[in-house]
Design a protein around this ligand. Structure first.
Ligand code: TIU
Length: 232
C-alpha cells in the first residue's frame, strides 16, 4: 500500500482500483477572507497574511487535476435574504460592517457577491464540486456527504482558510463521519500564527485523534508515485 510521509505516522493512500478514493478539499479560499474589504477584514484581521499559501494550494490543485483526482471547493456565505444566517452569527462582535452589509466587494459574506468568489488563482473548473456552506463546517447544512458517497470518496486532503476555524471544524466533522483526513500544513493559514501551530499539533496528537499532517511537497510526490498513469 502507498503511503504519504506524515505525522504522527504514514498516511495510507487508497490503492488504485480499490473503490476508495482520495479528494482535495479547498476550504473557503474566497476574496471575503483573503482580500481587503471582505468579511475577514471586517472582523478586524490583517488578511494579507493568508495570501502566502496561494501558490502552494495552486500546486496541489494542479496535481489533482493532472491525476484526474476529485477536487472539492467550499465557500462560506449566506442567501441574500440572510434566512440561513443565525442572528447570533450576524450580531457577533463589535464591527460596524456586518454580514449582509454593503462593502467594497459587495454585500459581506453573501452568495453571488464579488467577495464571495473564490480567488482567481484557484477558480474551480467545470466538473469540480463547489459547496456553499452557511457555517464553519463543510458538512453542516450542505449535501457534501451525499456527494462524497456517490463519488466513492473515503480520504480527504484539507487545505484553505482559516486553519482553526473552517478548516479544523470541517476536518473534525469529516473525522466523525469516518473519513481519513490529512491536513496540509503549508496549504492552510490563520490570521493568528500561534492558532495555526496549535491546531496542527492538536490534530495529530493522541495518535492522530483528528487525522494526519504533512506538507504539500510530500503529498504531491506520493500521489504521483501512487497514481501516475491512471486515476485512483
Ligand atoms: N474568522 C475566521 O477565522 N474564519 C471564518 O470566519 N471563516 C473561515 O475560516 N472560513
Amino acid at each position: 500500500m502507498s503511503t504519504v510521509p506524515a505525522s504522527p505516522y504514514p498516511y495510507p493512500l487508497p490503492p488504485r482500483g480499490s473503490g476508495a478514493r482520495v479528494a482535495l478539499v479547498i476550504i473557503d479560499m474566497q476574496r471575503d477572507f483573503i482580500e481587503p474589504g471582505g468579511f475577514g477584514a471586517a472582523l478586524g484581521n490583517r488578511v494579507e497574511h493568508l495570501q502566502q499559501i496561494v501558490p502552494t494550494v495552486a500546486a496541489l490543485l494542479k496535481t489533482f487535476r493532472e491525476l484526474s483526482l476529485p477536487v472539492i471547493h467550499t465557500r462560506e456565505g449566506h442567501r441574500p435574504d440572510l434566512s440561513d444566517c443565525p442572528p447570533a452569527k450576524k450580531l457577533r462582535g463589535d464591527s460596524t460592517l456586518r454580514i449582509g452589509d454593503p462593502g467594497p466587494m459587495g454585500r459581506i459574506l453573501v452568495l453571488g457577491e464579488p467577495g464571495n468568489d473564490i480567488i482567481p488563482q484557484l477558480r474551480p473548473e467545470a466538473g469540480e464540486l463547489v459547496i456553499d456552506k452557511p457555517g464553519k463546517g463543510a458538512f453542516y447544512a450542505t449535501n457534501l456527504q451525499e456527494h462524497l458517497k456517490t463519488l466513492g470518496i473515503t480520504h480527504l486532503i484539507f487545505t484553505g482558510v482559516t486553519t482553526e476555524v473552517c478548516v479544523q471544524t470541517s476536518m473534525r466533522e469529516a473525522n466523525d463521519r469516518g473519513y481519513e483526513c490529512l491536513l496540509i500544513e503549508d496549504g492552510t493559514e490563520s490570521y493568528f500564527p500561534d492558532f495555526k501551530q496549535a491546531t496542527v499539533r492538536m490534530i495529530q496528537s493522541q495518535g492522530g485523534i483528528v487525522g494526519w499532517v504533512t506538507t504539500a511537497d510530500r503529498l504531491i510526490a506520493s500521489l504521483r508515485q501512487a497514481y501516475a498513469g491512471g486515476a485512483a
